[in-house]
Each structure stands twice: as C-alpha cells, then as structure tokens.
Design a protein around this ligand. Structure first.
Ligand code: GAL
Length: 417
C-alpha cells in the first residue's frame, strides 16, 4: 500500500513538472519584492511582455537578500534539480563558486556574441561573470555600495553645507543630529547583511582599495590594523543608530531618513531607487556622498541573471537574457532601480544627477568587490563574517570580534599571517 502511494505521488509530481515545463511560461527568481526594487523588476517584465505577450511570467521572488531565506530557497531549488528559468545572482564568487564550478549553469557567451555585445560591457564586470573563458551571466546593472544618503533639510539644520571628507567630520555631524533629537545613522539589520554592508565599507576606508583588493588575492593579511580600526570606527558609529534597528529592514531605515527622523544612512544605491519611488528627487530632498575614506573607491555590486542547466522553459529564458543584455532594457530598468547600466553604450541622458555622479565615479575610481553582495569571497566566508559582525552590533567587543574575523579568514584559506 505504502509503495503504491509513493509511486502514485511520484507520478503526480512528474505530471505536474512536465505540464509546468510544457506551459509557455518564464519563471524568474529574485529577492526584489518591494521598496524600489520590485518596480524595476516589474518594468522588465512589462518590456518582456511587450515583446512576448504569449509567455506567462511567473515572479518567484522571495524577500530578504544576502544571507537570508531568499538565497537558501534558491540554493535548495538548484540542488534539488528544480531550477527557475533564470535567477538574480551577483557577479563574482556568488555566481562562480556557488553555481558555475559545481556545474549547474550553462555558458552563455554565445548570446552576447550573437547580439554583437561582447565588447559592450566593462571588462571588469564581464570578467566577474566569467569562468575559464566563458560568460555565465548577463550583468543588468552596477550598484555602488559605499554611499551615504542623507536628508537635506536635517543637513541644513545641523549646519552641514559640504559633505564630510573625513571620518571625524562625519561623526561631528552624526553627533550634532543626535543632539538635536534625530537619529544620526539609520540602520535596519533585521536581515543581517546590512551590518556587514556597513562594515565592509569601513574596512575599505581603513585599508584603502589596493590593500582591500589584496585580501582576496592573498596579498593582504587579515591580521591587519586597518581591519581592527574599522571595528573601532564601527563601534563609534553604532552610538548614533536607532534603537529599533534589529526590527527594521534596509527600506525601514531609509524611510527614517525620508520621514525626517534620521539624518543619514549608509546603503547601496538601491536606496536611491527607493527614495525616488517614495517621491523624492535626488539633490532636492536628499543628498549623498561616498563614505568618508572611500572617496577613491567604488564598491561594486552587480546584479546578473544566468541560465541554469535544466531550465524548464529554456527558450523563454534565452529571450529574457537577450532582453536584459539590451540597451533598451538596461535604460528602462536602471533609472528606476537606482543603478547604472552595465552596458557602456547606454543613453546617459536617461539618468538623473545621482546616477550620472555614480557613472563618472565608476569610470574613474578604484573598483572593489563587495563581500556581502557576493562578489569578493565565497558564500561560506561572507555568511560567517556577517554573523560575526551582526553579533558585534550587540557586543561591541572589538578584540573578540577581530579574533573571530581572523579565525573565519583562516578557515576559509585567506592570508592571516
Ligand atoms: C543587493 C542587490 C541589490 C538590492 C539589494 C537590497 O544584494 O544587489 O539589487 O536588491 O541587495 O535588496
């Protein structure tokens, strides 16, 4: 009887998988579920629908982002041979180490070749999407992670007429804001990645771009006073955060700035997309600056989409990837998302004053890969570091956390001499 039930259930499962595969559909996985991000995704879906009206788009987005349930859901599906047709994945180790090396992705260099677009992307970004000479994903954007967004009205009240250049100047304004009854620095680390997001930019500030990049090549040791100083600065910064940070998402933190309750927040420029969907205009209600100490660097976060082996609707997925690689799609998506296009030949006139600033910096500054946004290091390292930094937000114990970082780096084969 039991055996019969198992056979029956397996048959039913097979029938549903086969009929799903037969359906003229396109299933896209991401963690873009709201607050500026969903609007960008919907704009892409709308464009796809315009060209392929008969394809039913299934939005399989799961909220969260780095180190959260969203990535676990995707990984379980991939390991269980139940891939979506295409999925959001960061350029760099998250793509290569997690999915390409284990053999779960199809090479898609041919798509860019067919489109004559192989030379239309920055080499640095395409390299992050490539392994052994083949491209494995299409970069749809470039976000910058090391940015401070601030409320201009509050800035005026605290007397900030120039963006701070140094850490001490920044703390001076955070303190002024606090004295005037505002939250200095809004943080929302309900999803733990945001605290490492802040810390990795402080690491960059204290190490400088060359030494920071050297960490991933074994040229810089983690046993470095720069990393310890970054912890000390973070400890100082944490004096100015909102007390309910652990119950908030990054969008909630951005909202504190928008609602005039907080002076500033350190966030990737998806926050710019979000502020715009709330109705703000860059340069009018909000301003921005690179986190002091990181003015010469651009912490790169690039969202890409690839083609998993066994995609149930492979042909539709290929159409999706071709669309993402087009100037048209990139110029529709990025002004909403708060990111710059990955394509070099995009139409600059479509981008606002913030994004033009970002484009200029991307072309002229040192590029540094983000840890928590999947580019610099394998997932195991990023997750362990995220947990350690998240604990640090409560303990604020610099020595203990520094030792923990060294252990994590050592476990993952990095230089700790
Ligand atoms: C990043 C992603 C961005 C944005 C952000 C917050 O990892 O690259 O596109 O979605 O998370 O969710």
């Amino acid at each position: 009887m039991r055996k019969f039930l198992v056979i029956l259930l397996s048959a039913l499962l097979l029938i549903s998988v086969v009929s799903f595969a037969k359906e003229n559909a396109l299933e896209i996985f991401s963690w873009w579920t709201g607050g500026g991000e969903e609007e960008g995704l919907q704009a892409l879906f709308k464009l796809y629908h315009h060209y392929y009206p008969d394809v039913k788009i299934i939005n399989a987005a799961v909220a969260g982002g780095a180190g959260t349930n969203a990535k676990a859901v995707l990984k379980t599906r991939m390991l269980g041979h139940n891939p979506p047709d295409s999925f959001q994945v960061h350029a760099g180790m998250e793509l290569i180490d997690t999915y390409v090396i284990p053999g779960m992705m199809e090479p898609i260099t041919w798509i860019l070749k067919d489109m004559g677009a192989l030379d239309k992307f920055p080499k640095a970004i395409l390299d992050m999407c490539s392994y052994k000479g083949e491209v494995y994903s299409i970069p749809v954007n470039v976000h910058r992670a090391n940015v401070v967004f601030y409320n201009k009205k509050i800035a005026a009240k605290i007397g900030m007429d120039q963006p701070p250049q140094t850490w001490h100047q920044f703390v001076y304004y955070l303190n002024k804001a606090k004295e005037m009854g505002y939250v200095g620095l809004a943080l929302g680390d309900k999803n733990k990645w945001t605290s490492l997001h802040l810390f990795e930019s402080l690491m960059l500030a204290e190490l400088g771009p060359e030494a920071y990049n050297g960490l991933w090549k074994g040229e810089t040791s983690f046993n470095n006073t720069g990393i310890k100083r970054a912890l000390e600065i973070m400890k100082e910064m944490l004096k100015y955060i909102n007390s309910d940070h652990a119950a908030m998402t990054w969008q909630d933190a951005v909202r504190l700035v928008y609602e005039g309750k907080a002076f500033a927040t350190v966030m990737g420029d998806w926050a710019e997309g979000y502020l715009k969907t709330l109705g703000w205009t860059p340069g009018v209600e909000f301003g921005w600056f690179a986190l002091p100490g990181t003015q010469d660097s651009f912490m790169v976060v690039s969202d890409t989409f690839g083609l998993p082996k066994g995609a149930p609707h492979r042909e539709n997925a290929i159409k999706w990837l071709k669309l993402l690689a087009s100037v048209e799609a990139q110029d529709i998506f990025n002004p909403i998302k708060g990111s710059i296009p990955a394509r070099l030949d995009a139409d600059k006139s479509k981008y606002d004053v913030y994004l033009k600033w970002s484009m200029n910096d991307f072309a002229t500054k040192h590029l540094t890969p983000s840890i928590i946004h999947g580019s610099a290091a394998p997932e195991a390292f990023a997750t362990a570091l995220m947990d350690a930094i998240n604990k640090f937000v409560s303990t604020r114990n610099v020595d203990k956390t520094f030792k923990e970082i060294l252990m994590i780096a050592d476990d993952n084969g990095y230089n700790t001499k």
